[in-house]
Design a protein around this ligand. Sequence first.
Ligand code: HEM
Length: 221
Amino acid sequence: MALTGLFLISFLVVHVGLNACIWANDNGEMFNKAAQFMGDTIVVRIMEVGLFIGFIIHIIQGYVLESKNLGRRGKGYKINLANKGSKWYSRTMGLLGTLLLLFLIMHINHFWIHSRLGDVGSIQPLSEVIYPSNPNKHYHNLYALMIETFSGQLLVVTLYVVGCISLAYHLLHGFQSAFRTLGLHNRKYLGIVRGLGIGFSILVPLTFAMMPVSIYLKWIE
Ligand code: HEM
């Protein structure tokens, strides 16, 4: 779980960085170019397959671990130590992971299905991008799709924010836990990793959450 978790964390860094191009205020040009570069690069496409495999392994391992823990624990602890024993989000990693899985199903359906499997031109109103340098190739306008997905859609925006909050708590435990599992027990380094983990768990989900919120509030159009 630690290895697949760290792999998925590295994906989040790329994903959040690329998506942050929507704030360039250039009508989505930078973001679309970056997304098209990813779509056109063979190494990235191969890594995409690895990414989906990574997600599937991580999810299966998570549920196996959760059921083993429940099995060992039986009906629960005799004395409930609550937050003295561990943090609530460490004890609810299975639930947080399930919320993230539901978020992912919705999210893949919103974007990936369109961009990889849908017809170019199926997205309204600005459906495709054509560059003068390569007029024969028509690209999906993912920026337009993002604007369409979140504009005036309070329920969708709320579900994305809830997904990002689940991600924050999942990472708050998962980030430092992955390093411990891989054998990092030195007090000094563990302190650094814990600090990095807290920073990452706040910054990345907050940046993600600000994307639908910025579009909903028309900070970007
Ligand atoms: C909340 C703001 C987010 C926005 C606006 C967003 C937007 C997008 C877009 C536009 C794509 C399609 C990229 C393409 O097909 O080229 C995509 C793909 C994807 N996103 Fe997100 N995303 C967000 C958050 C997340 C989070 C939090 C996760 C994971 C926990 C995630 C996981 C994925 C995955 C697995 C894919 C498909 C893989 C791929 O395209 O290579 N996204 N996202």
